[in-house]
Every structure is written in C-alpha cells, then in structure tokens.
Design a protein around this ligand. Structure first.
Ligand SMILES: [Zn+2]
Length: 199
C-alpha cells in the first residue's frame, strides 16, 4: 500500500489511481496542481479546478498575442491545443451545453448508451458537471439541441462516488449512459460524437 498524500487544493486524501483492468494500484501522487499551486492534487480537483484554470489561462494567452507561451511550458501548450480543439470541434454548433446555459434536464431518464473516451467528451462538450449527483454519477454533461431536444451523458454506479476506491476513474470510463425524454437523443449524440474534430 502506498502512502496517502494530501490534496493541496481541497486538503482531502489524494485518490489512488488503479489500473482499470487489473485493479492494481498504480499511482498515489495525484495530479500536478499548476497553475493553481505548485503541489499535487486529487482527481476531483484536477477536473473541477486545475483543468479549467489551465484552459482559462491558455485562453488569456491566446487573446493577448503579446504574451507568448514559453517553449518548454508543455502544460500551457497542451491547454492551448485543447482550447483550440474545443473552439473548432463543432463548426456550426447545433447544441448548447451546461457550460453555455442552464439546461432543464428534469424528467429525463435513461434512453441508451454511447461509447466514448472521456477526453473526447471533454473536447466536444467542455468540462463536465464534475461531481454529477455525488452518488451514482461522477461526471455529467447536459446538452440542448437547436430543436429543443434535451439530453444528458453520464457515468452510472461505476465511478469513485458510488464504488469508492474500487471505482473507475472517469478518464478510463468508455461506456456512458444517455438520458433524455425520447430515444432519438441517443442517435443525436452519436452523430455529434462521430464527427471528426476539424483540424
Ligand atoms: Zn482535491
């Protein structure tokens, strides 16, 4: 058993990441918390605080062309790349997410599943509502299409919230529940996910 480290942001224990196939503990040191601070942080804070901070920093750097990213600042470059991908992901956006507006998802329920990698969902839809319901869900995206169709993408009972340390980190989850009011939403979301990111 590796030592438990403390998250420099929320001061809770840093979650121990395990190999999703074998369940063997592989990493107890969490994530680099820069630019929030120079320490380490837990997966929750990485998703909810650190990544958004990097994206916003990269956004500022992009807007102000007088500021150049240092050549060896790999995290800033990575954040900039992510931001550019996000901007160009869906050329004529036909939907909004919870990051754009408040989406009313009351009354939606499970309509099907999609297979997707977390980074792809992040690129297409931006940051998830990171804590989900804090119980059966760890990450959730809410979407509203032009025609008013509402949908949600979320993990269910397989993450840290429900399973504790035996759960799968959202980065390794590949099958996601799709919620909505009709099954049409599943195809709509599959279509969005199948569009290649514009280079
Ligand atoms: Zn934390």
């Amino acid at each position: 058993m590796e030592t438990i480290n403390t998250c420099s942001i929320c001061k809770n224990d840093i979650d121990i990441q395990t190999n999703p196939k074998t369940g063997i503990e592989i990493w107890a040191e969490g994530h680099n918390a820069e630019p929030v601070n120079s320490g380490r942080c837990c997966s929750d804070c990485n998703l909810s605080v650190v990544i958004p901070a990097r994206l916003s920093l990269a956004g500022k750097k992009l807007k102000n062309t007088n500021i150049t990213i240092e050549e060896d600042d790999s995290e800033a470059w990575e954040a900039q790349l992510m931001l550019e991908k996000q901007r160009t992901a869906i050329p004529n956006a036909t939907f909004k997410t919870h990051n754009d507006t408040n989406i009313e998802v009351n009354g939606t329920c499970l309509q099907g599943h999609v297979n997707a990698y977390y980074p792809d969902l992040f690129e297409k839809f931006g940051a998830p509502k990171t804590h989900g319901d804090g119980y059966k869900t760890d990450a959730e995206w809410d979407l509203e299409f032009e025609d008013g169709t509402v949908g949600t993408i979320y993990n269910w009972k397989n993450g840290f919230n429900y399973c504790g340390t035996a759960g799968t980190s959202v980065e390794y989850i590949t099958e996601w529940n799709v919620g909505g009011r009709t099954t049409k939403i599943v195809d709509k979301i599959r279509t969005v996910l199948s569009k290649e990111l514009r280079k």
